[in-house]
Ligand binder design. Structure first.
Ligand SMILES: [Zn+2]
Length: 269
């Protein structure tokens, strides 16, 4: 599948030295949820965010959420998630499994073309705290390489987007140190939808809105591999809008080769 050819003009999001492309050209009027603001994350210095695992989280205001989706891309469900996000003009962050990205590079390129952030979630999703550190580091690096090759067609010494999430949030002190040395930010979550448990889309919607109303803000974890999540997402985005929540889109403060890549994607289709 080719990326969408209807790309909006490149827009500079001052003051961020970064370029965002809209995917489908949609009328994002006041009735749509939209993306409230962009938060540039400086990945140097051992960034670890998400209060389920770490003491700190992103600097979000009350009623601000960051939407994240793990384990994709996956045929069918990832497209549905991307369609739902596009309809509401919302940008999200995807933490990819490398072998899924390698198998479905067109879906990864669509994420990029639609303006989402593509982070990393290992090559094959092992629980890294249960394997040797050398093997865990290999899983991390192999995953980043596979994601970048799918997204950008090449691999560089530094990940374009130095965002990483541990499978099962299973970090170790040694791995955290190694990621900090590589200036890779580690993302946990502030709440989740428990979408690994089978439930109806309505039950999942009720659960995640209840949790969100309790925390009032935060990084929300979903899985774009789950049909129940894909089915729930349109109603969830409506509920955010109706309840006065705003979506914050995270990007690296210093993306590697970001602008030249986006230009080449725009030109090459
Ligand atoms: Zn995962």
């Amino acid at each position: 599948m080719r990326p969408r050819s209807l790309l909006a003009p490149i827009v500079l999001l001052a003051p961020f030295l970064f370029v965002a492309l809209a995917g489908p050209v949609l009328a994002c009027g006041p009735e749509s949820l939209g993306t409230r603001r962009v938060l540039a994350v400086d990945t140097a210095g051992g960034v670890r965010v998400g209060t389920k695992s770490y003491p700190a989280t992103l600097p979000l205001a009350d009623k601000e959420v960051v939407l994240t989706f793990d384990d994709g891309p996956w045929p069918g469900t990832t497209e549905a998630v991307l369609d739902a996000l596009a309809r509401e003009c919302v940008k999200a962050t995807f933490f990819l499994i490398g072998e899924n990205a390698a198998a479905r590079p067109a879906l990864v390129r669509r994420m990029i073309a639609d303006g989402h952030t593509v982070g990393h979630h290992t090559w094959s999703h092992p629980i890294l705290s249960k394997i040797a550190t050398a093997d865990a580091l290999n899983e991390i690096e192999r995953g980043i390489a596979a994601d970048d090759r799918a997204a950008y067609g090449s691999v560089s010494a530094t990940p374009r987007v130095a965002f990483f999430r541990f499978p099962g949030f299973a970090d170790t002190p040694e791995l955290l140190d190694r990621l900090a040395e590589r200036k890779i930010a580690v993302f946990g979550a502030d709440l989740w939808a428990s979408d690994w448990k089978p439930m109806t889309p309505q039950a999942q919607l009720d659960l995640v809105m209840k949790r969100l109303n309790e925390t009032g803000r935060g990084i929300v974890l979903f899985h774009d591999t789950k049909r129940q999540t894909a089915d729930m997402l349109p109603a969830f985005l409506r509920a955010l809008k109706d309840s006065g929540y705003g979506v914050v889109h995270i990007m690296p403060a210093h993306p590697q080769a970001g602008r030249s890549f986006y230009r080449s994607l725009s030109a090459g289709g």
